[in-house]
Design a protein around this ligand. Structure first.
Ligand code: ATP
Ligand code: MG
Length: 291
């Protein structure tokens, strides 16, 4: 169980005139994530998702607030910090490999950071490359891999020490639909095997497909948390859509009958469809997610 209590991160910017300004990246976040849950963090660019993950994974110090892993407070005891690092794996937003090393060498380097013995390293690397279907490229330099292969390698690297909690920061960005689906399958498989997963994404259908619960944040603040299904039914299961000039307008309705009668009252050509998490997202954040 991960508990986050009133978590804040304020960055200081030094401007051109040497004046200091403050940027509140995360503004009083409180939520908990259950063991074995696949939890999605959604929000527009700059919402504070990566900053939240960086604080949860001890890459950035919170300005204030608390993070607890199974009751152990992050940042309190050095021993706890070490135990928490063993517990978590991170797939960062940016590809941070040594691109001139091979796939195998990159994993080897990472395994050494966790003080794994030679035999264990070899066994684990072979096993993981099979898991993410990259065994054939073990001796290729990373720069020669496609984007989808690099993302899968990032996942393999994060899993090297058998973490029970996995953080994935936009793991399928810029991937084609087939590769994205393969990564979804991989995430679902890890969850089925008992991992707790926190994923950030800009692809709303991704959150709808794999997340048990979703938190929507904007400008550092949490707007709402719920299951995708509840979000959709809370806001209304049906959408009437129409165009006003170049803008797409839509309104949500609880029943198809209500939607139909509204449709009948419109002069413009309009259509009815079932609502999805993207409608919820736009309704709550008031802006379209950038793709
Ligand atoms: N190292 C930093 N120093 C100063 N400001 C930062 C730093 N990292 C992030 N910020 C600012 O904090 C805010 C939140 O950024 P963050 O990267 O957490 O957002 P995000 O939700 O991950 O966005 P994206 O969807 O674009 O990845 C932004 O306004 C950003 O400019
Ligand atoms: Mg980010």
């Amino acid at each position: 169980m991960i508990e986050i209590k009133n978590l804040r991160k304020v960055y200081e910017h030094i401007g051109k005139d040497k004046g200091k300004t403050e940027k509140i990246a995360v503004d009083g976040l409180t939520l908990s994530i259950g063991t074995g849950e696949v939890f999605g963090l959604l929000g527009p660019n700059g919402a504070g998702k990566t900053t939240t993950i960086r604080m949860l994974t001890m890459l950035t110090m919170p300005t204030s607030g608390e993070i607890l892993y199974d009751g152990h407070r992050v940042g309190e005891e050095e021993e706890d910090a070490r135990a928490i690092k063993q517990l978590i794996g991170v797939v960062p937003q940016n590809l941070n490999f040594d691109q001139d090393l091979t796939v195998g060498e990159n994993l080897e380097l990472h395994a050494r950071l966790y003080h794994m013995g030679r035999e264990e390293r070899e066994r684990r690397i072979e096993e993981l490359l099979e898991y993410v279907e990259l065994s054939d490229v073990i001796n290729d330099t990373v720069k020669r891999l496609s984007g989808g292969m690099k993302r899968r390698l990032l996942i393999a690297r994060a899993l090297i020490h058998h973490p029970k909690i996995l953080f994935l920061d936009e793991p399928t960005v810029a991937l084609d639909p087939q590769v994205r689906r393969r990564i979804w399958e991989l995430i679902k498989k890890m969850a089925a095997e008992g991992a707790t997963i926190l994923i950030t994404t800009h692809y709303i259908e991704e959150a709808e497909a794999i997340c048990d619960r979703v938190a929507i944040m904007n400008r550092g603040k949490l707007l709402a948390i719920d299951t995708p299904k509840n979000f959709i039914s809370r806001l209304g299961g049906f959408v009437v859509e129409w165009n006003e000039g170049v803008h797409r307008e839509f309104r949500l309705f609880a029943t198809r009958e209500d939607a139909s009668s509204f449709l009948g009252s419109l002069d413009e050509a309009a259509s009815i469809r079932r609502s999805n998490l993207e409608d919820v997202f736009i309704e709550l954040t008031g802006r379209k997610e950038g793709l």
